[in-house]
Design a protein around this ligand. Structure first.
Ligand SMILES: [Zn+2]
Length: 73
């Protein structure tokens, strides 16, 4: 079922609505139709978080820091 999340521009309420076909979303609080559609939160894509062993940044040694040991062999 298509469940969409909206933020009402009038009363700033965050609401979830089921929209089918050409139904117009309406705020259940103030009946305003000026709603901002919120994007669904998609989790699971973290690129620059660090925590990987080995890969980018350094060798993992304490003295390495941000790849400082790269030239030391
Ligand atoms: Zn509202």
């Amino acid at each position: 079922m298509p469940l969409y999340e909206y933020s009402c521009q009038k009363c700033s309420q965050k609401i979830e609505l089921l929209i089918r076909g050409d139904e117009k979303p309406e705020c259940p609080h103030c009946q305003s139709t000026k709603l901002t559609k919120l994007l669904s939160v998609v989790s699971g894509h973290v690129s620059n978080g660090g925590g990987d062993s080995g890969a980018a940044g350094g060798c993992g040694r304490p003295q390495c820091g941000m790849g400082g040991c790269a030239g030391l062999g």
